[in-house]
Write a protein that binds this ligand. Sequence first.
Ligand code: ADP
Length: 461
Amino acid sequence: MKINTLRARLALWIAALLLLALAIFGVYVYSSMARGLYTAVDNDLALNGSQVIAGLNIDNGKLILPDSLVEPPETAGSYTNSVIRIISPDGRILLTSSSNSLPLPNNALPLTSSFITWTDPTSKQVMRIYSAPVTDNNRLLAVVQVARSLQNERETLQRLLATLFLGIPILVIFAAMGGYFLAARALAPIDTIIRTARRISAEDLSARLNLPPGDDEVGRLAATFDDMLARLDDSFRRERQFTDDASHELRTPLAAMQAILSVIRSRRRTPQEYELALDDLNEESTRLSALTEDLLLLARGKRLTAPHAEPVDLSELLPDLAESLRPIADAKSLTLETHIPAGLTLLADSDSLIRLFVNLLDNAIKFTEHGGVTLNARNEGQMIIIDVADTGPGIIAENLPNIFNRFYRADASRTYPGSGLGLAIAQEIARAHNGDIKVRSIIGKGSTFTVRIPLSQKKSG
Ligand code: ADP
């Protein structure tokens, strides 16, 4: 049994507390038993004394001694443990009860009624002696003494003491053992948790405790542990997926650039051909740098959660953004309308907000072939709500839960340029501002992305 285990410590605590409780109980039992026994002896002695005195005859101020003194009936028999004697005021023993071998002191006697406990120096017998004066008209005629050996009482008390001294340790040992086994049973799942935790590594988070559900603390700990593992597993899986997808996405423009270079270097080219190739390379490298920037932004997700907040006037910023994207809409013959009231100012990080709305407007224009895009903004209580609505193809219901995931692109959208990071970034920016983005979509009619951002930012993290 190792002392540093919880179960051993619990067992020791149980043992210590029980020992203390039983010790207090033992002291109480012993002392009240002793008090009870000795009081009974004193009562007996006093009763015997008064009976003896009542039986004495006094004639003309003179004590007439009886022929003999008889011990009280409860002590009669082969063994007697009490003695009665009558002593004259000058200390002479006038009469002693018969047939006893009990020792008594023969020195100074109290002349008033009193109890004393006296130990015979030779036999070590302990005697309880009651003395009662016999008087006539305030004149002391004699002293009656009734004495009793305390042997029986002392033996009884000693047996009790032995029982306590033997019984208490046995009880304490049983309780400690019981406590140890109960604690071991209750804490057994902890060992399973320890073993499972040792098995877990970042590469394999599939281990689970799967303990039978319990409503106690250990059961809840095990359930919480499994939940935590599931969440970690999920987040590690998503991180791995992100890294895989990121490298895949980065490879595409790099492969295109390598292809352009090897084609162009396969033989001598005209200056026009070199110029075209450089244009292609430029386009790919622009894609590559946009992609790396997006990846960096997502990887730095943490920093986004504490955006640099400054007053941003959306009534000015949103129409400006729409204007800068108007040439792309015009090129596709799409309308681009804005309905933005004056005075929509909030505390936010303006660079992040620009990025968020560019991503939404860019998607709306990109996926829409007929009709147009509308940008609406309004103030509702402590929130600013901005709708980006298009008359594009819409998003099928089963894709809706995924479009905010990193690298997610619906199959139908793969003919359009993009990396699938735009909405993930937009959502992250909205959340960093304590807001969010929701989408409603009707197939064939269009989609509306609704951004909700609180006016002021509570300090977080
Ligand atoms: P990307 O635009 O680079 O493909 P996003 O993260 O911006 O990536 O969008 C993810 C996917 O959501 C898109 O591939 C597309 O399938 C869908 N989507 C986003 N915006 C719209 C929209 N306005 N209309 C239809 N589908 C959209």
